[in-house]
Design a protein around this ligand. Structure first.
Ligand code: IPM
Ligand code: MG
Length: 386
């Protein structure tokens, strides 16, 4: 038994390790993927979140309801509003996700989620864990899939960001001993495998022939080293796909190199690098307001914008001008995920026309451009399956 100044931190670290070992064991036992086609009634939770969240989520909900109206009328699809995931309620409960909200989320099959405010030290809120991060962990949404495309520049990237571990696994469980502050990065064999396999499977399914693994394995030797060595192992199962490995710093540079960036196709990254690089990547497409993301697990899936809740826009009364394209792109991924492929293509095509080709309306985030509702109407006018 250790005593003195190191006994509490040692006990904290032991508990952290025990919890992570238990998580790794649970993961190893997980069974297969849910089959949405086999469900009599598919429940889509709609969770507006904070800040501009409710405004942009309402637009994507409206478009989804239009695309799925026949199935909703026949009772095969149900939209269920979950309006309790607000920063005020989370702060009052002092939890990243209040217990009752978590139960409501778990009663759905897939979730369309607006951005939620993530507190940090010094904010008027308790410094609770991010609701996004907590939801990804609670629902075990291990793959964060973030596509970015700019057709006229030949950019067509799909990022597979690991979503439940890495620097985020114990992001709120670091410790301070005297003047030393320590955070922990955790990866597991099963966690790396399932994410990297998902990236290769996606490449195979979509006819892409290259998967780039992004780490900093030369410096972060244990966790990034494991991610990379597992990738090398998995790549052997995909003889038609070339795997290359990159350090995250040079990937950040090469994405802005017009001669090289077109070569990237599918990229698989540990959690924190995926967070950073996907914001950079989205900038090519018109900013984070234009990028959606899918958080995929075996039982649940959640679809969201890649950006935050932009409280300043609400304070300045500009939430009606917020860009709903991030949530509409997320809705494309939701439709695809639940097997409504033709409607996913229809919405994707309509967005491409409005965002990249015709560009009749422009979103500027203020009254110099159109409102989110006007843009959503514009997108709806281009749908061909409704
Ligand atoms: C994202 C966001 C979140 C993250 C924040 C809001 C906690 O930046 O979805 O990329 O870091 O994952
Ligand atoms: Mg981010």
């Amino acid at each position: 038994m250790m005593c003195g100044p190191l006994s509490a931190p040692t006990a904290h670290f032991t508990k952290l390790l025990e919890d992570q070992l238990a998580r790794a064991r649970r993961m190893a036992q997980d069974d297969g993927l849910i089959d949405y086609g086999a469900l009599d009634r598919l429940i889509i939770g709609v969770c507006g979140g904070d800040g501009i969240g409710p405004a942009i989520t309402a637009q994507s909900e409206r478009v989804l309801k239009l695309l799925l109206r026949d199935e909703a009328a026949a009772g095969r699809v149900e939209f269920r509003v979950i309006d309790s995931l607000t920063i005020e309620r989370r702060a009052a409960a002092n939890r990243a996700i209040p217990e009752d909200t978590l139960e409501e989320l778990k009663a759905c099959h897939v979730i369309l989620k607006g951005p939620t405010t993530t507190p940090r030290a010094g904010d008027p809120w308790p410094n609770i864990e991010s609701a996004n991060v907590a939801m990804r962990k609670e629902l075990d949404l291990f793959a964060n899939v973030r596509p970015v495309k700019v057709p006229d520049q030949g950019i067509d990237w799909v990022f597979f960001r690991e979503n439940t571990e890495g620097a985020y696994a114990a992001g709120s469980l670091g410790l301070e001993v005297e003047d030393v502050a320590v955070d922990f990065t955790v990866v597991t064999t099963a966690g790396c495998r399932r994410l990297i396999r998902a990236a290769f499977e996606h490449a195979k399914k979509t006819g892409r022939d290259r998967v780039s693994i992004v780490t900093k394995a030369n410096v972060i030797k244990t966790t990034d080293g494991k991610f990379l060595s597992i990738a090398r192992e998995i790549a052997k199962d995909y003889p038609g796909i070339t795997m290359d490995d990159w350090y995250v710093d040079i990937v950040a540079a090469k994405l802005v190199d017009p001669k090289r960036r077109r070569d990237f196709q599918v990229l698989a990254l540990p959690n924190l690098y995926g967070d950073i690089i996907t914001d950079e990547a989205a900038e090519f497409q018109g900013g984070v307001g234009t990028a959606g993301s899918a958080n995929i697990g075996a039982r649940y899936a959640m679809f969201e914008a890649i950006h935050g809740s932009a409280p300043r826009m609400v304070e300045e009364g500009r939430d009606i001008y917020a860009d709903p394209c991030s949530m509409l792109r997320a809705s494309v991924m939701l439709l695809e995920h639940i097997g409504r492929a033709a409607r996913a293509r229809d919405l994707e095509r309509a967005l491409d026309v409005c965002m990249f080709e015709e560009k009749r309306l422009r979103i500027t985030g203020r009254d110099t451009g159109c409102t989110g509702a006007e843009f959503a109407d514009y997108v709806c006018s281009k749908l061909t399956t409704v």
